[in-house]
Every structure is written in C-alpha cells, then in structure tokens.
Design a protein around this ligand. Sequence first.
Ligand code: SF4
Length: 389
Amino acid sequence: MIEHGQRAHSRLSPSSAHRWMKCPRSFWWEPDFPDSTSPHAEEGTAAHELSEKALAEGKDARSYEGQTFNGYKASEEMVTATQLYIDAINGTPGEHYLEERLEHPNIAGMFGTADDVADDAPTLYVSDLKYGKGVQVEAPGNAQLRIYGLMALHRFGVLNDYETVVTRIHQPRLNHTSGEELTVDELETWEQQNLIPAINRLDDEPETMVAGDHCRWCKAAAVCPELARVNMAAAEGMFEDDAPALPTDITEPELPSPESLTRDQIVAILGHRKQIENWLRAIETHVSDALQAGEEVPGYKMVAGRTQRKWEDEGQALEAARSAAWDDEILTTPRLKTPAQLEKAIGKERFRELMENHVSRAPGKPTLAPESDKRPALELRNPESLFDD
Ligand code: SF4
C-alpha cells in the first residue's frame, strides 16, 4: 500500500509524464526498481554531448568525427545524424540556451533539462533531440515537450511576454522532425485541465493501474499484473467482461487459432501486438537479470550464446595459409559493400550524388501495416474472404 505524502520526495519527471499522467501506479512503483541503462541510451547521451559541443563552439559535427563522447567514438552515422539536428537548431530564430535546466516553480519535484530553448519573443522554441530510431516520436500532444514549454515560460517569461510556444522533436536517424505550435493560453489550459488533474490523481488514486502503449519503458512492466491481464486478454481474444481478472493461473494459456477468431477480434489483437511483444521482452529481461543475480527460476537457465569462429590474428592466419601455397583468391573474397553499407560509410548526400543511379530496388514483399502507416496501401484483389463474419 502506498503511503500518501511521499510525492514531495519523488520526481515528476517530464520524460515519463506520458506514463504517470495515465497510470498513477507507475509513478509510485518505478522508484522501487534499479535505474538501468542500455548501449542505445548511452550512445544517445554521446550524440547529445557531441551536438551540444558543436553548437556551443559553432562548428560542424564532422569536426568531432572519431572523438570520444560518453565512451562512444563519434562515427560517420553519428556526425551525419547530429549535423541534421545542429542545422535545425541553427535555423531556429532567437537567442539559444543549450541544455537549459528548467523547473516548475509551482509544482514541487518537476524539473528537467531541455536540449535547446530559443527565445524569440513573442515566440519561445523548445527543441528536443531524440537519437533513438526504434519508435518515431511526435510533438503534437507530447506531454514531455509541453511541460518543458510551460517551465520555459516560467523561466523566460519574467523577461519577456510570449504569445506562442513551439515545441519540436528531432529524430535525425529517422529523418523525422515533428512540431507543435500552441498559444500560451492553449498551453496553460492544458496544464489546468490535464496536467494538474493527473498530478492530483497520483495522490487520490495511487493504486490505479492503466495499461497501454505507455507501458513500454515502465520499469514495472515485467511484473505488472494489469499489463499481464490486458495482454493475456488480448492474446486470448477475450475482451471486456470476459477478460480474466488476474493472471495468477497463467500456466498454459489457451490461445485460439486465427481461424476461430472474428475479424474484430483479430484487429483488436493486432492492435495490442507491440504492447505484447514489449511485455514479453520485459519479462525475458527480468528473468535473465534474476538468473544472473543467482536466483532460481524454474524451467530456465542462462547458457552461453552462439559464437562465430574468427581468426585470432588475420595477418598470421593469412601467412600460414600462404605458406601452404594457396592463392589469395582462395583465401579472400573482396566484395562490394551493399548500398546501405556504402551509404553509411560515405554519407547520404554523396551516395545520392554518385551511386543512386546504380541502385535497383526489387519490389518489397507485401507487408502488414496499420492504417496509420505513411506508405500507400497496395492494390490487392482477393475475392474470397478468409473471415467467417
Ligand atoms: S506496466 Fe503499465 S499498467 Fe503497469 S504500472 Fe507500468 S504503466 Fe502502469
């Protein structure tokens, strides 16, 4: 049971606002789990450090290629991607404040660091670099960016009057930029009607769990009964009143065959696909962590992963093979890099200039995608329906 009045000690993190605004339990529960990081997160930090340095010193990202940031060498890919972000920031008007620490003076525990705030009164720009390319993030409605916008208004509003706040997310590795423009009135209305009630709900309904896409990075995902319940219900094709109350008896879930499901059930299940996949991944990580910490998990063990044979020392191996009078042709296989590998090595622009004409594209295999996918639907004709309904 959660003790009320603890909230002052917890952090109302803008980056997880999309989660705690929907699921109060996550706010109270996540601090119980250790902080974890990943190579992707560390590489993202490196990209942030590189872009901040380049912007502060007024240089191109390429000037830092090969240098180490947060333990990562600035690669061709990193300098190309961060340069897109740097160009976007340099093209944003106003006086810039990099890595600006912001806090909300009226909400205890709410603070964060914005990658860039540009003061171009009466407009305030708040920009965020997202180096990851796993999930495309949109600015419209983005709670993290809106909170940064509100905090920036408090920080800079003392000096200037603002009419508009523009928030922007830059995801250069996806070639994606997304923005939202709100009047100050609209932003403050969102604060009063959405943000403040969500914060109050943390105390009023601390046990309430609401599962959804926001569970993806929740530290409690692997052990959360609500997420398990929703995913099991989705996987079993059972919804609403039929959903099992708690997953305490998940030993052998009876999953229906696709043919026995209605079209609506299949659409609903596919709608949960990402959530179920993420949940299973979170459970696998949780079990691996437990085993590696020496705990026993019935039915599972850690084993050595597959390894690939490689030469201990390529030069010595080549010498040994040549001494057996074998031709270099037998020993080595020079191969042209693939278009993707070469583009990565020489950069998108040079690739487009020099090599694009030599690339052919076989038509992609028909792939299932949600209606919201940007690619146009294929024109397919299949007069025989596979659905019974
Ligand atoms: S996994 Fe989802 S439902 Fe469970 S606590 Fe986290 S956000 Fe809430």
